[in-house]
Design a protein around this ligand. Structure first.
Ligand code: GH3
Ligand code: MG
Ligand code: MG
Length: 199
């Protein structure tokens, strides 16, 4: 297959995926509590971008679709159980919603934020390399640390694992590596950003 055919095939695949996605029920795309995208949507969309990375050269990707890399942030609220236990589950829900909104507000057009499960969230940053993504994560970490709530005793922090397609272009592998980085962030004291280092 030549480049033009490859491009057409991918464009068709994207259009097909979009129509499939729009055909799904709203609650299959959006998480009811946070309003973020669902994990299923996130996974499908990310795999399309990673397929493009696997099949189209970096130069052509940049020229045709405007991106070379994609990076992922994996978020987990610190000691969230304690927030629930101290202030109640409803307050926990409000904290989770506010954190989700803060993450979403700091994204660019083309980025996607989803609820991975519980108090874990993920984001894809299209066009960002590892360094860009680490800077973005650090900015979000600081904004979350500064959030205030009606009850001024509530303090919330977040740990973030960061990976980039520079290291792997397999979705499952990337999420595994993001989770490892997140684990390191937790182990080294929480309220931290850790980028996946190949070494
Ligand atoms: P760590 O810093 O290690 O992440 O500690 P943690 O307490 O955040 O981690 P853990 O995984 O032990 O607890 C997560 C808690 O998040 C437990 C669960 O009850 C709570 N949780 C998960 N989903 C929701 C939700 O939708 N609403 C509320 N209020 N709590 C939730
Ligand atoms: Mg967790
Ligand atoms: Mg947690």
């Amino acid at each position: 297959m030549d480049d033009e055919q490859n491009k057409q095939k991918l464009l068709e695949r994207i259009a097909e995926l979009e129509s499939q996605v729009f055909g799904l029920e709203k609650d299959l795309i959006h998480d009811a509590l946070t309003g973020l995208k669902t994990r299923a949507f996130f996974e499908e969309e990310s795999k399309v971008y990673l397929d493009m990375i696997n099949h189209i050269s970096a130069g052509k990707r940049k020229q045709w679709f405007g991106f070379k890399n994609i990076s992922f942030l994996f978020f987990d609220i610190d000691h969230f159980k304690k927030i629930n236990d101290t202030f109640g589950h409803d307050v926990g829900d409000l904290v989770l919603k506010k954190v989700a909104q803060t993450i979403k507000q700091n994204m660019r057009v083309g980025d996607t934020v989803a609820r991975w499960g519980g108090e874990e969230m993920v984001a894809s940053l299209l066009g960002a390399d590892l360094n860009d993504a680490k800077l973005k994560a650090e900015d979000i970490r600081q904004k979350i640390e500064k959030l205030t709530f009606e009850n001024s005793e509530i303090k919330v922090t977040i740990s973030i694992g960061v990976v980039s397609s520079e290291i792997s272009s397999d979705f499952t592998d990337l999420m595994k590596k993001a989770d490892q980085s997140l684990y390191q962030a937790k182990q080294s004291g929480r309220n931290k950003v850790v980028g996946f280092d190949q070494k």
